[in-house]
Design a protein around this ligand. Sequence first.
Ligand code: SF4
Ligand code: FES
Length: 250
Amino acid sequence: MSKQINLTLKVWRQSKGEAGRFETYEAKNIDTDASFLEMLDVVNDELTVKGVEPIAFEHDCREGICGCCGALVNGKTHGSHDRTTLCQLHMRHFEDGQELVLEPFRADAFPVLKDLIVDRSGLDEIITEGGYVAVKTGNAPEASTTPIKKEFAEAAMDAAECIGCGACVASCPNGSAMLFTSAKVSQYALLPQGHPERAKRVKAMVSKMDELGFGNCSNEYECAVACPKGIDVKNIARLNREFIKHGFKS
Ligand code: SF4
Ligand code: FES
């Protein structure tokens, strides 16, 4: 049964290019059935009435599929509830009277744009660098003419679950985008349709990742714990194999 709780929020407020600071706000009479973002909506309504600028946070689908939302809640990406994005985190997981510290994702490659919003366009640039998958024009071929082993199809679909939220980067002590990049490389490398550009793709995505200032992977595996979609670190091993196999060819 739902109930109402009161919380104290310490929220990072920052405008682009300016120094940030924490501001304290009260979140009153929050329904425990509300999502975390709905709680922020309630707080923002009250701030607006008082003439205070609302807290800027990113969101779109609010269903855990677009990857737009994300913030640190008490130092944990997405609040660190198992396989849950911030938009799907419910207030029933918090205690009445609890203090929550809200910060933007912290990573060198994710500069703060405003309050809890960071620039994650580096992840889009890595995907763009991967290029297109070549397809023959004409009618779609019979699906059964391209046999794919079940284990490969399932692993490719699992890798394709990555929503590009960036929690892996923000949770990594090195700010590495290896889990994200490995998921994107794997979803194509595992399927025959992705093989023609396989070598070019892995080289381009890894070099873009390095160019944009994402850190190196030192096998901390914090990324896999933080990932709301359960992306497996085995993808990082696959990325390394792909890179060693294809990355040194001209
Ligand atoms: S690998 Fe997981 S944490 Fe990283 S961007 Fe994809 S969904 Fe988000
Ligand atoms: S708003 Fe789309 S995943 Fe959270």
